[in-house]
Design a protein around this ligand. Structure first.
Ligand SMILES: NC(=O)c1ccc[n+]([C@@H]2O[C@H](COP(=O)([O-])OP(=O)(O)OC[C@H]3O[C@@H](n4cnc5c(N)ncnc54)[C@H](OP(=O)(O)O)[C@@H]3O)[C@@H](O)[C@H]2O)c1
Length: 330
Protein backbone atom coordinates (compact mmCIF):
# COMPACT_ATOMS: atom_id res chain seq x y z
CA UNK A 1 0.00 0.00 0.00
CA UNK A 2 1.36 3.38 -1.03
CA UNK A 3 1.65 5.83 1.86
CA UNK A 4 1.56 9.62 2.16
CA UNK A 5 3.18 11.64 4.94
CA UNK A 6 0.97 14.54 6.00
CA UNK A 7 2.77 17.87 6.41
CA UNK A 8 3.43 19.40 9.85
CA UNK A 9 3.29 15.91 11.37
CA UNK A 10 4.97 12.53 11.31
CA UNK A 11 1.68 10.96 10.32
CA UNK A 12 1.82 8.47 7.46
CA UNK A 13 -1.55 7.57 5.95
CA UNK A 14 -2.54 4.95 3.37
CA UNK A 15 -3.52 6.45 -0.01
CA UNK A 16 -6.70 4.41 0.09
CA UNK A 17 -8.53 5.20 3.31
CA UNK A 18 -11.57 3.26 4.50
CA UNK A 19 -14.57 5.53 5.18
CA UNK A 20 -16.60 4.43 8.19
CA UNK A 21 -19.84 6.37 7.58
CA UNK A 22 -22.03 3.91 5.60
CA UNK A 23 -21.10 0.97 7.86
CA UNK A 24 -23.40 2.35 10.55
CA UNK A 25 -26.37 2.47 8.14
CA UNK A 26 -29.30 4.76 8.98
CA UNK A 27 -29.40 8.29 7.53
CA UNK A 28 -28.45 8.32 3.83
CA UNK A 29 -27.76 4.55 3.80
CA UNK A 30 -30.70 2.57 5.24
CA UNK A 31 -30.48 -0.80 7.02
CA UNK A 32 -27.05 -2.32 7.61
CA UNK A 33 -26.04 -5.70 9.08
CA UNK A 34 -23.37 -5.25 11.76
CA UNK A 35 -21.65 -8.51 10.75
CA UNK A 36 -21.12 -7.06 7.25
CA UNK A 37 -19.71 -3.87 8.74
CA UNK A 38 -17.21 -5.70 10.94
CA UNK A 39 -16.20 -7.91 7.99
CA UNK A 40 -15.73 -4.82 5.77
CA UNK A 41 -13.44 -3.13 8.30
CA UNK A 42 -11.41 -6.30 8.85
CA UNK A 43 -11.11 -6.89 5.11
CA UNK A 44 -9.87 -3.33 4.59
CA UNK A 45 -7.14 -3.89 7.17
CA UNK A 46 -6.22 -7.32 5.79
CA UNK A 47 -5.89 -5.84 2.31
CA UNK A 48 -3.40 -3.23 3.48
CA UNK A 49 -5.53 -0.19 4.34
CA UNK A 50 -4.18 1.30 7.55
CA UNK A 51 -6.11 4.61 7.75
CA UNK A 52 -9.77 4.73 8.81
CA UNK A 53 -11.91 7.85 8.59
CA UNK A 54 -14.77 8.30 11.02
CA UNK A 55 -16.62 11.07 12.90
CA UNK A 56 -18.68 11.47 16.03
CA UNK A 57 -21.54 12.51 13.72
CA UNK A 58 -21.68 9.08 12.05
CA UNK A 59 -24.39 7.42 14.12
CA UNK A 60 -23.70 9.63 17.19
CA UNK A 61 -20.49 7.78 18.06
CA UNK A 62 -21.61 4.40 16.63
CA UNK A 63 -19.04 4.51 13.82
CA UNK A 64 -16.20 5.23 16.26
CA UNK A 65 -17.45 2.37 18.47
CA UNK A 66 -17.57 0.00 15.53
CA UNK A 67 -14.02 0.84 14.49
CA UNK A 68 -12.81 0.12 18.03
CA UNK A 69 -14.67 -3.18 18.06
CA UNK A 70 -13.36 -4.30 14.66
CA UNK A 71 -9.75 -3.15 14.89
CA UNK A 72 -9.05 -2.34 18.55
CA UNK A 73 -6.49 -5.16 18.65
CA UNK A 74 -4.60 -3.52 15.77
CA UNK A 75 -4.58 -0.04 17.28
CA UNK A 76 -0.85 0.50 16.92
CA UNK A 77 -0.89 -0.59 13.27
CA UNK A 78 -3.67 1.74 12.13
CA UNK A 79 -4.23 5.48 11.85
CA UNK A 80 -7.56 6.86 13.02
CA UNK A 81 -8.89 10.04 11.43
CA UNK A 82 -11.95 11.35 13.27
CA UNK A 83 -13.88 14.61 13.18
CA UNK A 84 -15.43 17.12 15.52
CA UNK A 85 -18.70 18.78 14.49
CA UNK A 86 -19.02 22.58 14.06
CA UNK A 87 -21.29 22.82 17.12
CA UNK A 88 -18.26 21.93 19.28
CA UNK A 89 -15.75 24.50 18.02
CA UNK A 90 -15.54 26.59 21.18
CA UNK A 91 -12.28 25.46 22.83
CA UNK A 92 -13.87 23.90 25.92
CA UNK A 93 -16.47 22.09 23.78
CA UNK A 94 -13.84 20.81 21.37
CA UNK A 95 -11.78 19.38 24.20
CA UNK A 96 -14.87 17.61 25.60
CA UNK A 97 -15.75 16.29 22.12
CA UNK A 98 -12.25 14.88 21.77
CA UNK A 99 -12.58 13.12 25.14
CA UNK A 100 -15.86 11.56 23.93
CA UNK A 101 -14.13 10.47 20.73
CA UNK A 102 -11.27 8.86 22.65
CA UNK A 103 -13.81 7.00 24.78
CA UNK A 104 -15.84 5.85 21.77
CA UNK A 105 -12.67 4.73 20.01
CA UNK A 106 -11.28 3.11 23.18
CA UNK A 107 -7.92 4.68 22.62
CA UNK A 108 -5.76 7.38 24.17
CA UNK A 109 -4.91 9.22 20.95
CA UNK A 110 -6.50 10.12 17.60
CA UNK A 111 -4.04 10.30 14.72
CA UNK A 112 -5.81 12.99 12.69
CA UNK A 113 -8.55 15.14 14.23
CA UNK A 114 -10.52 17.17 11.68
CA UNK A 115 -12.94 20.11 11.86
CA UNK A 116 -15.94 18.55 10.07
CA UNK A 117 -17.47 21.74 8.54
CA UNK A 118 -16.60 25.43 8.97
CA UNK A 119 -18.38 27.40 11.69
CA UNK A 120 -18.21 31.15 11.01
CA UNK A 121 -19.73 31.86 14.46
CA UNK A 122 -16.58 30.80 16.31
CA UNK A 123 -13.20 32.49 15.71
CA UNK A 124 -11.15 29.89 13.88
CA UNK A 125 -7.97 30.91 15.65
CA UNK A 126 -9.55 29.85 18.98
CA UNK A 127 -10.59 26.47 17.59
CA UNK A 128 -7.17 25.87 16.07
CA UNK A 129 -5.60 26.82 19.41
CA UNK A 130 -7.63 24.10 21.14
CA UNK A 131 -6.49 21.56 18.54
CA UNK A 132 -2.88 22.59 19.11
CA UNK A 133 -3.38 22.16 22.86
CA UNK A 134 -4.73 18.61 22.32
CA UNK A 135 -1.73 17.88 20.17
CA UNK A 136 0.71 19.10 22.78
CA UNK A 137 -1.05 16.86 25.31
CA UNK A 138 -0.56 13.85 22.98
CA UNK A 139 -4.31 13.32 22.57
CA UNK A 140 -4.10 13.90 18.83
CA UNK A 141 -1.09 13.51 16.52
CA UNK A 142 -2.15 16.00 13.83
CA UNK A 143 -5.14 18.15 12.93
CA UNK A 144 -6.88 18.96 9.70
CA UNK A 145 -10.08 20.47 8.35
CA UNK A 146 -12.93 19.37 6.13
CA UNK A 147 -15.20 21.25 3.74
CA UNK A 148 -13.03 24.34 4.10
CA UNK A 149 -13.21 26.82 1.22
CA UNK A 150 -10.70 29.44 0.14
CA UNK A 151 -11.65 32.00 2.81
CA UNK A 152 -11.31 29.59 5.75
CA UNK A 153 -8.10 28.16 4.30
CA UNK A 154 -6.69 31.68 4.11
CA UNK A 155 -7.60 32.24 7.78
CA UNK A 156 -5.73 29.03 8.62
CA UNK A 157 -2.73 30.23 6.63
CA UNK A 158 -2.69 33.61 8.40
CA UNK A 159 -2.88 31.97 11.84
CA UNK A 160 0.07 30.65 13.77
CA UNK A 161 -1.28 27.10 13.49
CA UNK A 162 -0.59 24.61 10.71
CA UNK A 163 -3.25 22.24 9.40
CA UNK A 164 -2.22 18.93 7.84
CA UNK A 165 -5.15 18.23 5.46
CA UNK A 166 -8.48 19.36 3.99
CA UNK A 167 -11.14 16.68 3.42
CA UNK A 168 -13.40 17.56 0.47
CA UNK A 169 -16.07 16.00 -1.76
CA UNK A 170 -14.24 15.18 -4.99
CA UNK A 171 -14.96 12.67 -7.72
CA UNK A 172 -15.46 12.45 -11.50
CA UNK A 173 -19.07 13.59 -11.12
CA UNK A 174 -18.26 16.39 -8.69
CA UNK A 175 -15.20 18.44 -9.60
CA UNK A 176 -16.21 21.72 -7.93
CA UNK A 177 -13.02 21.99 -5.87
CA UNK A 178 -10.97 22.31 -9.07
CA UNK A 179 -12.20 25.90 -9.59
CA UNK A 180 -10.43 27.50 -6.64
CA UNK A 181 -10.19 25.26 -3.55
CA UNK A 182 -7.79 22.65 -4.96
CA UNK A 183 -5.44 25.33 -6.40
CA UNK A 184 -5.49 27.05 -2.99
CA UNK A 185 -4.72 23.76 -1.22
CA UNK A 186 -1.82 23.15 -3.61
CA UNK A 187 -0.49 26.68 -3.08
CA UNK A 188 -0.77 26.44 0.71
CA UNK A 189 0.57 22.85 0.76
CA UNK A 190 -2.57 21.48 2.40
CA UNK A 191 -3.14 17.99 0.94
CA UNK A 192 -6.68 16.98 0.02
CA UNK A 193 -8.38 13.82 1.27
CA UNK A 194 -11.25 13.08 -1.15
CA UNK A 195 -14.60 11.97 0.24
CA UNK A 196 -17.44 10.29 -1.69
CA UNK A 197 -14.84 9.31 -4.33
CA UNK A 198 -17.21 6.92 -6.13
CA UNK A 199 -20.11 9.36 -5.67
CA UNK A 200 -21.81 7.12 -3.10
CA UNK A 201 -21.93 4.18 -5.49
CA UNK A 202 -23.02 6.03 -8.67
CA UNK A 203 -19.55 5.56 -10.15
CA UNK A 204 -19.72 1.77 -9.80
CA UNK A 205 -22.54 1.65 -12.35
CA UNK A 206 -24.96 0.11 -9.85
CA UNK A 207 -27.72 2.56 -10.84
CA UNK A 208 -28.56 2.58 -14.54
CA UNK A 209 -30.93 5.57 -14.49
CA UNK A 210 -31.89 8.45 -12.19
CA UNK A 211 -35.08 6.74 -11.04
CA UNK A 212 -33.07 3.79 -9.67
CA UNK A 213 -31.39 6.05 -7.12
CA UNK A 214 -33.28 6.01 -3.83
CA UNK A 215 -34.34 9.40 -2.45
CA UNK A 216 -32.01 9.25 0.55
CA UNK A 217 -29.05 8.83 -1.83
CA UNK A 218 -30.42 11.40 -4.29
CA UNK A 219 -29.94 14.34 -1.93
CA UNK A 220 -27.01 15.80 -3.86
CA UNK A 221 -27.29 18.76 -6.24
CA UNK A 222 -27.13 16.39 -9.22
CA UNK A 223 -30.75 15.49 -8.50
CA UNK A 224 -33.82 17.70 -8.65
CA UNK A 225 -34.91 19.64 -5.56
CA UNK A 226 -38.23 17.75 -5.84
CA UNK A 227 -36.57 14.63 -4.34
CA UNK A 228 -38.12 14.02 -0.93
CA UNK A 229 -34.87 14.32 1.09
CA UNK A 230 -33.39 17.20 -0.87
CA UNK A 231 -32.13 20.27 1.04
CA UNK A 232 -31.16 22.38 -1.98
CA UNK A 233 -32.98 24.72 -4.39
CA UNK A 234 -31.26 23.56 -7.60
CA UNK A 235 -33.07 22.12 -10.59
CA UNK A 236 -30.53 19.31 -10.72
CA UNK A 237 -29.01 17.69 -13.79
CA UNK A 238 -30.11 14.08 -13.63
CA UNK A 239 -30.13 13.40 -17.40
CA UNK A 240 -26.65 14.90 -17.86
CA UNK A 241 -25.32 12.99 -14.82
CA UNK A 242 -26.48 9.66 -16.27
CA UNK A 243 -25.26 10.54 -19.74
CA UNK A 244 -21.80 11.21 -18.26
CA UNK A 245 -21.91 8.00 -16.19
CA UNK A 246 -22.72 6.11 -19.42
CA UNK A 247 -19.68 7.62 -21.15
CA UNK A 248 -17.34 6.85 -18.23
CA UNK A 249 -18.69 3.29 -18.20
CA UNK A 250 -18.07 2.90 -21.95
CA UNK A 251 -14.49 4.13 -21.48
CA UNK A 252 -13.96 1.81 -18.48
CA UNK A 253 -15.24 -1.12 -20.57
CA UNK A 254 -12.89 -0.15 -23.39
CA UNK A 255 -9.98 -0.27 -20.92
CA UNK A 256 -11.38 -3.39 -19.25
CA UNK A 257 -11.23 -1.73 -15.83
CA UNK A 258 -14.20 -1.65 -13.41
CA UNK A 259 -15.66 1.88 -13.44
CA UNK A 260 -15.28 2.28 -9.66
CA UNK A 261 -11.58 1.40 -9.84
CA UNK A 262 -11.05 3.76 -12.75
CA UNK A 263 -12.75 6.56 -10.80
CA UNK A 264 -10.56 6.04 -7.73
CA UNK A 265 -7.41 5.81 -9.86
CA UNK A 266 -8.31 9.10 -11.60
CA UNK A 267 -8.48 10.84 -8.20
CA UNK A 268 -5.15 9.41 -7.08
CA UNK A 269 -3.55 10.97 -10.19
CA UNK A 270 -4.67 14.50 -9.28
CA UNK A 271 -2.09 16.98 -8.05
CA UNK A 272 -2.74 17.96 -4.45
CA UNK A 273 -4.62 14.76 -3.58
CA UNK A 274 -3.07 12.76 -0.74
CA UNK A 275 -5.67 9.99 -0.50
CA UNK A 276 -9.22 8.93 -1.30
CA UNK A 277 -11.63 7.86 1.42
CA UNK A 278 -13.89 5.16 0.06
CA UNK A 279 -16.79 3.53 1.89
CA UNK A 280 -17.87 -0.08 1.61
CA UNK A 281 -20.73 -1.93 3.26
CA UNK A 282 -19.31 -5.43 3.08
CA UNK A 283 -16.04 -7.28 2.53
CA UNK A 284 -16.80 -7.94 -1.13
CA UNK A 285 -17.10 -4.23 -1.97
CA UNK A 286 -13.88 -3.50 -0.09
CA UNK A 287 -12.02 -6.18 -2.03
CA UNK A 288 -13.33 -4.84 -5.34
CA UNK A 289 -12.28 -1.29 -4.51
CA UNK A 290 -8.72 -2.39 -3.72
CA UNK A 291 -8.36 -3.08 -7.46
CA UNK A 292 -7.96 0.69 -7.94
CA UNK A 293 -4.38 0.42 -6.70
CA UNK A 294 -3.50 -1.83 -9.65
CA UNK A 295 -4.74 0.71 -12.22
CA UNK A 296 -2.12 2.89 -13.87
CA UNK A 297 -3.58 5.73 -15.90
CA UNK A 298 -1.70 7.49 -18.69
CA UNK A 299 -2.02 11.29 -19.09
CA UNK A 300 -4.21 10.63 -22.17
CA UNK A 301 -6.62 8.53 -20.13
CA UNK A 302 -6.82 11.24 -17.46
CA UNK A 303 -7.52 13.87 -20.17
CA UNK A 304 -10.24 11.72 -21.70
CA UNK A 305 -11.96 11.37 -18.31
CA UNK A 306 -11.66 15.13 -17.80
CA UNK A 307 -13.22 15.76 -21.19
CA UNK A 308 -16.11 13.36 -20.57
CA UNK A 309 -16.91 15.00 -17.22
CA UNK A 310 -16.27 18.67 -18.15
CA UNK A 311 -19.95 19.38 -19.04
CA UNK A 312 -21.07 18.19 -15.58
CA UNK A 313 -18.32 20.20 -13.89
CA UNK A 314 -19.57 23.28 -15.73
CA UNK A 315 -23.23 22.58 -14.94
CA UNK A 316 -22.69 22.11 -11.18
CA UNK A 317 -20.27 25.04 -10.94
CA UNK A 318 -17.86 26.03 -8.20
CA UNK A 319 -20.12 25.39 -5.20
CA UNK A 320 -18.24 22.62 -3.39
CA UNK A 321 -21.20 21.78 -1.13
CA UNK A 322 -22.67 18.54 -2.53
CA UNK A 323 -25.98 19.00 -0.80
CA UNK A 324 -26.88 22.70 -0.44
CA UNK A 325 -27.36 25.63 -2.82
CA UNK A 326 -26.29 28.06 -0.16
CA UNK A 327 -22.83 26.64 0.28
CA UNK A 328 -21.62 25.68 3.73
CA UNK A 329 -18.13 25.32 2.27
CA UNK A 330 -16.79 28.71 3.33
N1 LIG B 1 -16.11 15.26 5.60
C1 LIG B 1 -17.34 15.09 5.20
O1 LIG B 1 -18.19 15.99 5.28
C2 LIG B 1 -17.73 13.75 4.61
C3 LIG B 1 -18.94 13.59 3.91
C4 LIG B 1 -19.22 12.35 3.36
C5 LIG B 1 -18.34 11.29 3.50
N2 LIG B 1 -17.18 11.46 4.23
C6 LIG B 1 -16.21 10.34 4.42
O2 LIG B 1 -15.91 9.75 3.17
C7 LIG B 1 -16.23 8.37 3.21
C8 LIG B 1 -16.64 7.90 1.83
O3 LIG B 1 -17.70 8.68 1.31
P1 LIG B 1 -19.17 8.11 1.06
O4 LIG B 1 -19.42 6.94 1.93
O5 LIG B 1 -20.09 9.27 1.12
O6 LIG B 1 -19.16 7.69 -0.48
P2 LIG B 1 -18.36 6.67 -1.42
O7 LIG B 1 -17.15 6.18 -0.76
O8 LIG B 1 -18.24 7.37 -2.71
O9 LIG B 1 -19.42 5.49 -1.61
C9 LIG B 1 -19.48 4.45 -0.70
C10 LIG B 1 -20.72 3.59 -0.98
O10 LIG B 1 -20.73 3.10 -2.33
C11 LIG B 1 -21.20 1.74 -2.36
N3 LIG B 1 -20.06 0.92 -2.83
C12 LIG B 1 -18.79 0.93 -2.36
N4 LIG B 1 -18.01 0.08 -3.05
C13 LIG B 1 -18.78 -0.50 -3.96
C14 LIG B 1 -18.55 -1.44 -4.98
N5 LIG B 1 -17.34 -1.96 -5.19
N6 LIG B 1 -19.58 -1.81 -5.76
C15 LIG B 1 -20.82 -1.27 -5.59
N7 LIG B 1 -21.12 -0.36 -4.64
C16 LIG B 1 -20.10 0.04 -3.83
C17 LIG B 1 -21.59 1.38 -0.93
O11 LIG B 1 -22.96 1.69 -0.67
P3 LIG B 1 -24.20 0.80 -1.16
O12 LIG B 1 -23.78 -0.64 -1.15
O13 LIG B 1 -25.28 1.14 -0.22
O14 LIG B 1 -24.50 1.28 -2.55
C18 LIG B 1 -20.72 2.33 -0.12
O15 LIG B 1 -21.19 2.62 1.13
C19 LIG B 1 -17.30 8.25 4.30
O16 LIG B 1 -17.39 6.94 4.81
C20 LIG B 1 -16.76 9.23 5.31
O17 LIG B 1 -15.69 8.65 6.04
C21 LIG B 1 -16.87 12.68 4.75
Amino acid sequence: MEKYVLPHSSLEISRLIFGCWAVVGGFNWGPQDKRDSLAALKKAYDQGITTFDTAEAYGAGASENLLAEALGAERKQIEIASKVGPGDFLPQDLIRACERGLKNLQTDYIDLYQLHWPNPEVPLEDTLGALQQLREQGKIRAYGVSNFGVKSLETCKQSKYRISSNQMAYNLLFRAIEYSILPKCIEDEVPVLCYSPIMQGLLTGKFSAENDVPDDRARTRHFTKERSQSRHQDKGCEALTFEVIGQIKAFADELNIPMGNLSLAWLLEQQGVAATIVGGRNAEQVKKNMGALEVKLTPDMVSRLNKITDPLKKELGANADLWQTESRVL
